[in-house]
Design a protein around this ligand. Structure first.
Ligand code: C2E
Ligand code: MG
Ligand code: MG
Ligand code: MG
Length: 280
């Protein structure tokens, strides 16, 4: 009996794996043409400064709408883009689009002081053209470099020497650097002090539990002490409730992002939201 079950299980796993591989290939095939078919867009999630209660920036988050696949979430296609190398042209599109958006907001005269944060994945980070791409884009769009915020993750800092080189080159351009999803990677706290970092973004998995269990709250508290000691500003991501917000205020958090304020919005909806609620 057990033998038969075992056999069925294997078969089940094979089929599941095959289905998964097919789905992946299917996505990959469409992903190859997504740029030329103009299927990507950026959504913008506001970042609120707690001391002023105003929007001080946005995070740009990529969206992919394909006629056959529908809306594909970034968690599904960014890893595939990363493995296939497609992340290089896609990432270039994101950086250019984000800077153009910033230029447009400034030209419209309404949102002139907002920062824009762009997510960079590991292959982009170690691509030798990244710094010159960002430099060219800043020059071409004429944006203030300090309004551009480059979000990297802890995993990219593991090669300390290389990461330090790249980050120093980026800082020479005048841009801001954030460590995204902080607390989920293998960060060596000791090396953090060597990196020219402006912001630490505490991962939403910690924020989710700060009002539920003391352990999570204690861990987040340690992150705050650490950041304060080294001189980073802290952003909390994934803030969904008033209780979480109140807790973060008592911890002296600098900035917050989350559904409590707004989900990521397309350009026109973001403009309306900004006008109505959070004009500085
Ligand atoms: P991330 O950079 O950590 O972005 C935050 C994610 O949390 C976003 O998911 C955002 O929509 C979501 N989020 C914001 N507020 C809340 C909240 O209150 N509750 C919950 N549960 N979630 C919230 P999204 O847009 O699906 O993006 C997922 C990840 O995909 C991003 O995580 C980022 O790592 C990656 N990604 C997105 N856009 C880009 C891009 O342009 N380039 C690269 N390389 N990666 C990107
Ligand atoms: Mg991010
Ligand atoms: Mg990220
Ligand atoms: Mg994050």
């Amino acid at each position: 009996h057990a033998k038969k079950d075992g056999g069925n299980n294997y078969k089940f796993h094979d089929e599941a794996l095959e289905k998964q591989n097919n789905a992946r290939l299917y996505i990959e095939n469409h992903l190859h043409k997504a740029l030329e078919k103009n299927e990507f867009s950026l959504h913008y999630q506001p970042k609120i400064e707690l001391s002023t209660q105003k929007i001080i920036g946005v995070e740009a988050l990529i969206r992919w709408e394909n006629p056959t696949l529908g809306m594909v979430p970034p968690d599904k296609f960014i890893p595939i883009a990363e493995e296939t190398g497609l992340i290089i042209p896609i990432g270039e599109w994101v950086i250019k689009k984000a800077c153009e958006q910033l230029k447009l907001w400034k030209a419209e005269g309404i949102l002139s002081e907002l920062t824009i944060a762009v997510n960079i994945s590991i292959r982009q980070f170690f691509n030798p053209n990244l710094v010159s791409l960002i430099e060219e884009t800043i020059n071409e769009t004429g944006i203030d470099p300090f309004l551009l915020d480059i979000e990297i993750t802890e995993s990219m800092t593991m090669n300390v020497e290389m990461a330090t080189e790249i980050l120093k080159d980026l800082k020479k351009l005048g841009v801001k650097i954030s460590i995204d999803d902080f607390g989920t990677g293998y960060s060596s706290f000791n090396y953090l002090k060597h990196f020219p970092i402006d912001y630490i973004k505490i991962d939403k998995s910690f924020i989710k539990d700060i009002t539920i269990d003391d352990q999570s709250k204690n861990i987040v508290n340690v992150f705050f002490q650490l950041a304060k000691a080294i001189g980073f500003r802290i952003v909390a991501e994934g803030v969904e409730t008033k209780e979480q917000l109140d807790m973060l205020k008592t911890l002296n958090c600098n900035e917050v992002q989350g559904y409590l304020f707004s989900k990521p919005l397309p350009e026109d909806e973001f403009n309306l939201f900004f006008e109505r609620f959070y004009k500085p």
